[in-house]
Ligand binder design. Structure first.
Ligand code: ADP
Length: 247
């Protein structure tokens, strides 16, 4: 990950309103993710977290409002253009290709970022050491045969293959045992230490709050807290929707 040092990207949204048919999912959300930070976006079920994650990464275009990547307006750009700008989403539910091999899933991350074969193999050599043994040693296995935790790590690995400057993860701990969540967060901590900007979207606070320096709390489509993750006010904000606290 040496080449990602000092390369943390920024992504910002302003005045975001998003509607799905009649459902108002986000109602005037602004968020400015600073380069190299580790940000947690927390909120109860239905708060609008997934919608925000997808808008931050260009997967979904907002009904209203702007999206800026590294200070440049990007609201109408394609998802691929976001990946090329270094903004990569690890979606909820991982979305791996279960019948493809572990290695093929990893390489697909680099295809998304349009890189050549030599660069792709360089990235693979950098990414594999961050992966659990089952991924490192099981590159020819079908991805579907990995455990849930290993699949989540593979989804993170696939995103790393795109050489992200900003990585956004939608509920990476969903359905995983605490010890496996620790492993996922260890890798996110390593990525962040190498300079990559990390944004984790979670419903449960505990793991994210161990790493996050910045916190945003969403509730019913609006931001109810945005600031330091370590302030007393942050602890208070986590009481929304019984999100839990940092301990
Ligand atoms: P969270 O990730 O915090 O659970 P979401 O962003 O998934 O919240 O959803 C926010 C709101 O938008 C919810 O009321 C949800 O039911 C609604 N919603 C999400 N996706 C769709 C969709 N594709 N069609 C209609 N409503 C949706």
């Amino acid at each position: 990950m040496a080449d990602t040092k000092t390369k943390g990207g920024t992504v910002a949204v302003a005045g975001i309103v998003h509607r799905y048919a009649g459902v108002l999912a986000l109602n005037g959300v602004s968020l400015d993710v600073q380069p190299g930070t580790f940000t947690a976006v927390l909120g109860p079920n239905g708060a609008g977290k997934s919608t925000l994650a997808q808008i931050l990464c260009g997967v979904l275009r907002p009904t209203q409002g702007s999206v800026t990547v590294d200070g440049v307006a990007r609201t109408r750009r394609s998802r691929r253009a976001f990946v090329e700008d270094g903004v990569v989403l690890v979606p909820e539910g991982r979305r791996l290709f279960g019948q493809l091999t572990v290695r093929e899933n990893l390489l697909l991350g680099a295809y998304g970022a349009r890189c050549g074969t030599v660069e792709m193999h360089r990235r693979l050599a950098e990414t594999l050491p961050l992966m659990p043994r089952a991924v490192q040693e099981g590159q020819e296995r079908a991805a579907a045969t990995l455990s849930g935790g290993e699949q989540q790590m593979l989804a993170v690995g696939r995103a790393i293959m795109a050489a992200p400057r900003t990585i956004v993860l939608d509920e990476p701990s969903l359905g995983l045992a605490p010890i496996l969540i620790d492993k996922v967060y260890e890798v996110l901590g390593q990525l962040n230490a190498s300079g990559v900007t990390v944004v984790v979207i979670e419903q449960i606070a505990a793991h994210a709050m161990r790493y996050a320096k910045s916190l945003t709390v969403l509730d019913r489509g609006s931001i109810v807290y945005s600031g330091s993750a370590t302030d007393d006010a942050a602890e208070e904000a986590l009481k929304v929707g019984y999100l839990g606290h940092a301990t």
